[in-house]
Design a protein around this ligand. Structure first.
Ligand code: ZN
Length: 101
């Protein structure tokens, strides 16, 4: 990645998007982001998840899976409305930057 900071907003949108579809957890979202070409370390991802939760876009619950505690995140209503706004902005961006209209 040329400039990580530049893409962190996209990463947040990905996280909220997936958390709106199903409960997500750290390791899983990390491999999903890697699939999209985002090389995000746990040192970046976990604080980001915590911040998104603190700011009210995600909520979490803990479950024991295979004897290990796992923290699952889902999008809150605020997260969903942020996602809806982001979609609008993404459409705008695609129209201008990709379609060059
Ligand atoms: Zn994704």
């Amino acid at each position: 990645m040329i400039d990580r900071e530049f893409f962190l907003g996209f990463v947040k949108i990905h996280i909220i998007y997936h958390a709106s579809k199903e409960p997500i957890f750290g390791v899983e979202i990390m491999s999903e982001l890697a699939r999209h070409g985002y090389d995000i370390s746990p040192g970046t991802l976990y604080p980001m998840l915590h911040r998104l939760e603190r700011d009210g876009y995600l909520f979490s619950n803990r479950e024991i899976v295979g004897g290990k505690m796992r923290k699952y995140y889902r999008a809150t209503d605020e997260g969903l409305s942020m996602l809806a706004q982001s979609k609008k902005q993404i459409m705008e961006l695609v129209k201008e930057v990709i379609d060059e209209k």
